[in-house]
Design a protein around this ligand. Structure first.
Ligand SMILES: Cc1cc2nc3c(=O)[nH]c(=O)nc-3n(C[C@H](O)[C@H](O)[C@H](O)COP(=O)(O)OP(=O)(O)OC[C@H]3O[C@@H](n4cnc5c(N)ncnc54)[C@H](O)[C@@H]3O)c2cc1C
Length: 393
């Protein structure tokens, strides 16, 4: 019976919309349900790595996405206190490895607004806003989703149900799956502004990581905004940190003097490293933040959710064509291993480097980065890893 039914996707974030696109392009009917009445506006991810852009190209949407973002071809590492530039990596070192040798900076809310109409233009896909999943059942050869809508509850049948419903996933919780890992004591303060940093850091680049044991800083230049991320210490009051006076004081401390800028946005967020016990239970699958969350140092969370969508669409497409059901187990096992071994390890290391206190470790970290940036082969290996392409080395 399942063959004629659509695949149900829960959540219209980057992962859910990517999965809908990838499945519908294969001619597989999909119904995508989003709880909110409009796509989330939250200021979150903004980094798209080369493999993600390659996937967009395979789905025929790369030009649409590239038109919305800002290409970044350099990564810079600094010591915050001394304002010393430790290392600069140029993406031209991986020009032979990918058609997209850069990072695209584009807000996640712009990506989802770009993808939604492209998904809706496909004859096999429908997107339903204001449809919140409240229950689900797996009957062995089909599934049902119970959804709360403005017009009351509806129950929809599907061949499979894919939970792309974010870190607090109802799908994962209904399956009673563990979500083991940890929550960091530090929080991140994200400030959107129009600050010109060139007078303070003449060599400032588009993406900058500034190391400091007390208060590391990340600076990202997007098309029309500068994002500055600060570490918030565990004892800091969130309301005080978010107040305009608090942000202006923090910025003045960072730059050594009060500076004029327009404050455009501010938010505080908690950071976790967690991975679900499995990404598959019967006909129900997990992807994106519903399946795994990591600290954002390195910008891999959203990217890996889109990569999940790519591999899950391949597996579901093959199974719908008569391929073995074990392909879905392989999806679960492989993507879980990537989340545990590759992304967790990399984002943990990035975070440890940002905040390292030990002087010997700091010296060694800086020496290694300097040496890597100075040697083309090492610089290439470094960028392939930072770009989630290391397996191609
Ligand atoms: C401040 C910040 C900065 C970040 N920076 C980066 C970065 O630079 N690079 C990077 O790769 N990652 C980054 N991340 C992580 C990134 O934002 C997430 O990994 C990404 O949003 C995950 O996408 P998703 O589609 O899995 O989930 P989400 O984006 O959370 O989308 C889930 C969707 O499901 C919907 N939903 C939830 N429950 C239900 C329900 N019951 N029924 C129907 N719909 C439901 C939600 O409304 C939402 O629209 C950052 C995160 C934060 C917080």
């Amino acid at each position: 019976m399942s063959h004629s039914l659509p695949i149900l996707i829960i959540g219209a974030g980057p992962a859910g919309l990517s999965l809908a696109l990838a499945l519908a392009r294969q001619g597989i009917p999909v119904e995508l349900f989003e709880a909110l009445p409009e796509l989330s506006q939250e200021i979150r991810a903004s980094t798209f790595h080369p493999p993600t852009l390659e996937m967009f190209a395979q789905w025929g949407v790369a030009d649409d996405v590239l038109a919305q973002g800002h290409r970044v071809e350099r990564l810079l590492y600094w010591e915050r206190q001394s304002r010393e530039l430790i290392a600069e990596f140029s993406y031209h070192q991986i020009a032979a490895d990918t058609a997209y040798p850069f990072r695209l900076q584009c807000p996640q809310a712009v990506l989802t607004r770009t993808l939604k109409p492209l998904v809706e233009a496909l004859p096999m896909a429908r997107v339903h806003l204001d449809h919140r999943l409240v229950g689900m059942q797996d009957y062995g050869d089909y599934v049902t989703a119970e959804l709360e809508t403005a017009r009351g509850r509806v129950t929809i049948q599907g061949a499979y149900l894919c939970g792309a419903d974010g870190a607090n996933s109802t799908v994962r919780k209904t399956l009673n799956l563990g979500f083991e890992g940890m929550t960091y004591a530090d929080r991140f303060l994200l400030v959107g502004c129009d600050l010109d940093l060139r007078p303070y850091f003449p060599a400032i680049g588009p993406v900058n990581y500034m190391y400091d044991p007390e208060e590391w800083v990340i600076i990202l230049h997007l098309a029309d905004i500068v994002r500055v991320v600060f570490r918030l210490r565990p004892e800091e009051e969130e309301a005080e940190a978010l107040s305009e006076a608090g942000i202006r004081q923090r910025m003045a401390r960072f730059l050594g003097q009060p500076t004029d800028f327009t404050l455009k946005s501010s938010s505080v967020y908690r950071v976790h490293q967690r991975v679900a016990d499995s990404f598959r239970v019967g006909r129900i699958l997990l992807l994106g933040d519903a399946a795994h969350i990591n600290n954002p140092a390195g910008g891999m969370g959203m990217n890996s959710g889109i990569h999940d969508a790519y591999y899950l669409a391949q597996a579901l497409g093959a199974v719908q064509q008569g391929g073995p059901d074990s392909l879905l187990d392989a999806y679960s096992n492989t993507r879980r291993q990537v989340a545990l071994e590759s992304i967790r390890a990399y984002s943990d290391k990035n975070y440890a480097d940002l905040a390292a206190r030990d002087e010997v470790y700091r010296q060694q970290r800086n020496a290694e980065l300097y040496a890597a940036a100075a040697d083309p082969a090492q610089a290439r290996a470094y960028l392939l890893r930072a770009s989630m392409m290391a397996e191609r080395v």
